[in-house]
Design a protein. Structure first.
Lengths: 240, 520
């Protein structure tokens, strides 16, 4: 809640200045280079930043470290959006992802404070070898497609229209061509709200041995039948 | 105007489903909370008693009839709309985001019929397990709205939205059995895999858009021959294909399915196995059989999805059936059998691409027959397996002697199992018959059909195993109290309707077959 409130605050103060910048950054029509103030290698630097951030995210054991490098990825992505003249998207990327969603991530990490564990790790060396082989095969096939197939590269699509990427342009798309998806998303959000209520509402304690965690269920039906005290103990353990 | 006013009429099923969901939410909000055994209650009855007092219908008992009536009304609208389609190509709506055609309406109808039967069998189960809450009905409605968006989608954006809306509702439904650890596991596995799959789907859509420059399926279809040689186009379609295979639980993308179908509340499992699968197959049909399905075969040869689907269909049928062979739990056996049926359905999809439009009817007929059968079977499982201690009694030993203890339920289960196995007087037989017959029109599909037939024979073993346990085995001598079937009129009527539909489609399949064949 606090995160959302702080986001609202930052949006309220930051948005006007951002919009001013967006308006300023709109290019003069007729220029071929979409971003005149930016050299071509900037894309590669930003792409490297994005990929490196993503790699660090999935390799850190420290969750906070992972989350923070995810911020770097989000900023890299936002810059790439800006390079593509999608300034509004870049601003939203920073506000929503690097702002709100990261705050939520950090909250969840800190509130849960879980022990490090790897529930679904591949333990068997055979499986590990198989998994590695599969990933290598996939990368080789994709690389083969990308580099050896030598497709005809698409021509530069030309100068984007003058308003491209601006707030008004995006708003127009939302209310004309993409009106239906824009409205349909509201069903999605409604389900998310209902789902959050359904899944977090307090419930009564388990009422049967079948509801207990798997490791607490009696192994042998006969044993479970013989000792009714085991029920009570099981309920107490499973109830919290 | 940013859209045509006629679009409101043409997308009426979708709009009505959404409104119906909202109405149900409001009804639920204004009902008194005096439920027994529901989550609203702070304490359960004394746990020491052997059998706690049976929960009684709460003030929300009327939500189920209301839901069924609303769905019947929407079904009537779905049945009326084909008259509004003039010409062969369907009516595009909302600036080409959706398309109204007979195919989409028929699959929507299948999903809605499945949901009606599922909703009829649900409340008794939910009440018995302390799950009765109004959100169940609303979430089913919203999920159905997602399915309708998916089956009517004419643009990759709406395809994605349909998949997400449909899945999000089902994730919640799968986890609504809060007291059950397995339900939580089911929801968590489904959600995590589903989130990953959404990423794949979105990535695939982005790559296709990046290579073709449009998300409109009709434009992609017309431009595809030019753009098919682009690697991004190819990789994008493969990602989309894989994400849909996850949704229909095809091997090797099935690992979430047994735990999810087994752990979710039984009526929800039925909804997942039928509605989600039917809608996902409709999506596969629109994306692959129609958009990439080129009779020249040049496009298919390049994107290669037919070859991939060929192998995956064989794997799915075989592994699904082999895994189902040694399941002791009936619900889990049905989960694996649902995987196997995805394999048979893939044959229909391949036949669409290889044989042509004549395969559409068999594919749709199979979907309809499968939906009615599985919803009925899951209804019976929820019906007969209720354990007074709160769980479910699902093993074959628990079901031994069910023929004597509960003849009606056992008879219905027998009908559904025979239909799943493909025995003659049932819908399942004609589903398989039409499917295999149309696939045999091309010799290249002969191996696929032979493997399908062999798998049907394998599957007979484990379906008959349940039937023999119910009729020809004495209950195992156990001091545990036997399962106590639910007593609910709505449930019995729902199962009865499902059984009559299964038999009716088995005795008079022509009308539905003709309807399916005409659903272009």
């Amino acid at each position: 809640m606090t995160g959302i409130a702080s986001l609202m605050g930052s949006a309220a103060t930051g948005l006007p200045s951002l919009l001013a910048q967006v308006a300023q950054a709109q290019r003069i029509p007729g220029k071929i280079d979409p971003v005149p103030w930016c050299p071509a290698w900037a894309f590669w630097v930003l792409a490297a930043l994005t990929v490196a951030g993503a790699l660090v995210t999935i390799t850190r054991r420290n969750l906070i470290g992972a989350v923070m490098s995810l911020v770097a990825t989000f900023f890299g992505l936002a810059s790439i959006y800006a390079l593509l003249s999608a300034h509004f998207l870049a601003a939203i990327q920073v506000l929503v992802y690097a702002g709100a969603i990261m705050v939520l991530f950090v909250f969840v990490v800190m509130v849960l404070n879980r022990e490090e564990e790897e529930p679904w790790s591949l333990r068997s060396p055979v499986l590990k070898a198989f998994g590695t082989g599969a990933v290598v095969y996939l990368l080789v096939r994709i690389g083969e497609l990308l580099f050896f197939a030598r497709p005809p590269l698409p021509q530069r699509a030309g100068t984007p229209p003058p308003n491209f990427g601006s707030v008004s342009e995006i708003a127009e798309y939302f209310f004309t061509k993409f009106l239906f998806p824009f409205e349909a998303v509201s069903i999605l959000l409604l389900i998310a709200v209902i789902g959050a209520v359904v899944l977090t509402r307090t419930v009564a304690k388990p009422t049967s041995v079948h509801d207990l965690p798997l490791d607490q269920q009696p192994k042998d039906p006969a044993a479970d039948e013989g000792d009714s005290g085991a029920h009570a103990a099981g309920h107490g353990a499973g109830g919290h | 105007m940013t859209f045509d006013v006629a679009d409101l009429q043409n997308s009426a099923p979708l709009l009505l489903l959404t409104v119906a969901g909202l109405v149900l939410m409001l009804l639920d909000a204004f009902s008194r909370s005096k439920l027994v055994g529901a989550p609203y209650q702070k304490k359960m009855p004394a746990e020491t008693s052997e059998a706690y007092p049976l929960p009684v219908a709460g003030s929300r008992g009327y939500l189920m009839p209301v839901t069924v009536l609303l769905l019947l009304g929407i079904l009537a609208v779905v049945a009326w709309l084909p008259g509004q389609i003039h010409g062969d190509h369907g009516v595009f709506m909302y600036r080409d985001m959706l398309v109204l055609d007979r195919f989409g309406l028929l699959v929507s109808g299948i999903c809605i019929v499945g949901a009606i039967l599922g909703v009829m069998t649900a409340p008794a189960f939910l009440r018995a397990h302390g799950l009765e809450m109004g959100e169940y009905y609303a979430l089913v409605m919203f999920s159905l709205a997602g399915m309708v968006i998916l089956v009517m989608a004419a643009d990759l954006v709406t395809v994605f939205l349909g998949v997400e809306i449909m899945s999000l509702g089902v994730y919640v439904l799968a986890g609504m059995w809060r007291k059950s650890q397995r339900s939580a596991e089911a929801a968590m596995k489904y959600f995590l895999v589903g989130a990953f799959v959404s990423g794949l789907l979105l990535y695939g859509i982005a790559l296709v858009y990046g290579s073709v420059g449009t998300t409109l399926l009709s434009e992609i279809r017309s431009r595809a021959p030019v753009f098919a040689s682009r690697p991004l186009f190819y990789i994008g379609w493969m990602l989309i294909f894989v994400s849909f295979l996850f949704k229909v639980a095809a091997v090797p993308f099935h690992m979430w399915a047994p735990d999810t179908y087994d752990g979710a509340p039984t009526p929800v499992s039925g909804f997942m196995m039928t509605g989600v699968k039917a809608a996902a197959f409709a999506g596969l049909y629109r994306l692959f059989a129609v958009t990439l399905g080129d009779s020249q075969n040049a496009l298919q040869a390049y994107t290669g999805w037919v070859h991939a689907a060929y192998g995956i269909a064989i794997l799915t049928m075989t592994l699904g059936n082999l895994a189902a062979l040694h399941q002791e739990s009936i619900k889990r056996m049905l989960a694996y059998s649902s995987i196997a049926h995805a394999g048979y359905l893939l044959i229909g999809l391949i036949a669409m691409a290889v044989v042509g439009d004549s395969a559409r009817g068999p594919l749709l007929f199979y979907l309809a027959a499968y939906t009615v059968t599985v919803v009925g079977a899951m209804g019976v499982v929820g019906w007969l397996s209720r354990d007074l201690r709160g769980g479910e009694r699902l093993t074959l030993d628990d079901w031994a002697g069910m023929g004597q203890r509960h003849p009606a339920g056992a008879l219905a289960m027998t009908i559904f199992l025979l239909s799943l196995g493909g025995f003659p007087p049932t819908a399942g037989f004609f589903g398989k018959f039409y499917l295999f017959r149309v696939a045999l029109e091309k010799p290249s599909l002969l191996p696929l059909v032979l493997i399908g037939i062999a798998n049907s024979l394998i599957s007979v073993y484990y379906y008959l195993r349940v039937i023999t346990a119910m009729y020809f085995r004495a209950p195992a001598p156990s001091s545990e109290p036997a399962s106590e079937p639910l007593s609910s009129t709505a449930l019995s009527v729902g199962v009865l309707i499902a059984a009559l539909l299964v038999l009716g489609l088995g005795l008079m399949p022509e009308w539905l077959a003709n309807l399916c064949a005409a659903a272009n």
